[in-house]
Design a protein around this ligand. Structure first.
Ligand SMILES: Cc1cc2nc3c(=O)[nH]c(=O)nc-3n(C[C@H](O)[C@H](O)[C@H](O)COP(=O)(O)OP(=O)(O)OC[C@H]3O[C@@H](n4cnc5c(N)ncnc54)[C@H](O)[C@@H]3O)c2cc1C
Ligand code: FES
Ligand code: FES
Length: 465
């Protein structure tokens, strides 16, 4: 049985765990405020909040319910736009939208209002802006200016409130209805099975790849959910090694203070990945096994010379660079699960960078993306590790280019020579994201960009092009 709280109501259901939360909410519970737009995680019309109990507080995040399996709601608080209504008046998010004429046909409005409420519920320490929080919401009518005004007003209101007890304050300030204060205690009382383990069938982490392609089939099934399995979560960092569980989401990485210390520009890098809602769901294990040649997290971790930890009865470890064999073919045997990825913490001589070019800055997959890790000692490159996506059948680790650079002086001349080697390693094809010629050009530009970004005092763009 799946048990959770939907708005203010306890849900106990034997429905298939693979049905989408969107269909469960709209069809089984007649809550029609959550809209159906694209059913692909792209438009944000179906945005809901998911609250997870941690210690005594509930952490809320926004997700797109159209590509989320019902089973992942187990033990949580699911909030739809109806669940943030106050008894009589509009709540603050609804009121600022109305005051700023930020709604026309109104179809997108519930999604925006829920995302804005999700933002209000986040801790202020998080450097997100409310504009980031609505990055996964699309409006076809307003042209966004009025929505921008509305979120700015909301943000200003939030700056003035004390956040010692965020939920209590948000209730007092009319962002949230009263019943929210009862949720932590009610979730504590809820008994539920954390992993709906069904023999056979594929693993589903948080579904952002699988449900775009197979929602119809998965909706008919009880699915093997691994997104909440405790042993696949968690980020641990020792002096030399970092290990990240396969079910850790992009948002969890982006907000991890220890990782930000290791990669000071982590937030800038990862804000280029999808949208707030999708980052809140998408796991690294899902990104690796989806095996898209342009998977952002794949490219990121390839350049770190990472090790994959794979489990079944026992654990085996392989270099991540050896995981991909051909287009969507990889070294994972029947029933095996990726448990984690680990990598050496870059030392003080080592720098890391990530670059991505896509048609839209946000909520778009890359045309070409690239990451690199370079160790420089006494002007010599003692180790180089570059990866590039969108230019081969697999996320590409540039072994020849890396070997070429090793032991070379850091100079414009050597970088230009290395780029020639890079071009021999890639085999881009023309598709909707660009022609093969364009992608070769992008691979070159991103390769150069890494050096200019990491060593601005030594390498100038003008010397390279
Ligand atoms: C609107 C939208 C925008 C997106 N934008 C981007 C983007 O900018 N960049 C990007 O890289 N991706 C993007 N994606 C793709 C997707 O969000 C990521 O690939 C995400 O990381 C997948 O994780 P998941 O948990 O949702 O995977 P799922 O869909 O649950 O699973 C994907 C695959 O991985 C397998 N799997 C999951 N976990 C494990 C495990 N532990 N062991 C073995 N197999 C496992 C599943 O069986 C499945 O085959 C986008 C998706 C959407 C819908
Ligand atoms: S319906 Fe468009 S994101 Fe869900
Ligand atoms: S108001 Fe019509 S889509 Fe946004």
């Amino acid at each position: 049985m799946i048990r959770f709280i939907l708005n203010n109501k306890l849900i106990e259901t034997f429905d298939k765990s693979g049905i989408t939360l969107l269909d469960f909410i709209r069809d089984k519970n007649q809550l029609k405020g959550t809209k159906i737009g694209c059913r692909e995680g792209d438009c944000g019309a179906c945005t809901i909040l998911v609250g997870t109990l941690k210690n005594d507080t509930v952490n809320y995040k926004s997700i797109t319910s159209c590509i989320s399996p019902l089973g992942n709601a187990n033990g949580k608080h699911i909030v739809t736009v109806e669940g943030i209504n106050l008894e009589k008046e509009l709540n603050v998010a609804q009121q600022v939208m109305a005051d700023n004429f930020a709604t026309q046909c109104g179809f997108c409005t519930p999604g925006f209002v829920v995302s804005m409420t999700g933002f209000a519920l986040q801790n202020k320490e998080n450097s997100n802006t409310c504009t980031d929080a609505i990055s996964g919401n699309i409006c076809r009518c307003t042209g966004y200016k009025s929505i921008e005004k509305a979120v700015n007003v909301l943000e200003k209101k939030l700056l003035t409130i004390d956040e010692t007890d965020q939920v209590a304050v948000l209730i007092k300030e009319e962002f949230l209805p009263n019943y929210f204060k009862t949720i932590p205690e009610r979730l504590k009382q809820l008994t539920f099975a954390p992993w709906l383990n069904v023999s056979g069938g594929n693993f589903v982490a948080n579904g952002t790849d699988l449900y775009v392609r197979h929602a119809d089939v998965l909706s008919q099934q009880n699915v093997n959910l691994v997104g909440d399995v405790a042993s696949l979560k968690g980020i641990t960092i020792t002096d030399t090694i970092c290990k990240i569980g396969a079910s850790v989401t992009v948002t969890e990485i982006l907000k991890n203070e220890d990782l930000i210390e290791v990669f000071p520009k982590l937030k800038d890098f990862l804000k280029l990945v999808s949208s707030e809602q999708i980052r809140n769901m998408g796991t690294i294990g899902g990104n690796f096994v989806n095996a898209s040649p342009i998977g952002d997290m794949s490219i990121f971790f390839l350049a770190l010379n990472s090790t994959l930890h794979i489990i079944k009865e026992s654990e085996r470890q392989i270099p991540y660079q050896e995981f991909y064999k051909d287009y969507k073919k990889y070294d994972l045997r029947e029933g095996e699960l990726i448990a984690a990825i680990s990598f050496e913490i870059p030392d003080t001589n080592t720098k890391f960078n990530f670059e991505k070019v896509s048609k839209r800055t946000h909520l778009d997959i890359a045309s070409v993306n690239s990451a690199c890790k370079i160790t420089l000692e006494n002007e010599l490159i003692t180790a180089a590790s570059f990866s590039v996506g969108g230019v081969a059948a697999v996320p590409k680790f540039l072994s020849k280019t890396n070997a070429f650079l090793k032991g070379k002086k850091l100079s414009a001349e050597n970088i230009k020579e290395a780029e020639k080697v890079l071009q021999t390693e890639i085999t881009p094809i023309s598709d909707v994201r660009g022609t093969n010629i364009y992608k070769r050009l992008l691979a070159r530009q991103l390769f150069f960009a890494h050096f200019v970004e990491l060593y601005p005092d030594r390498i100038e763009l003008g010397e390279l092009i």
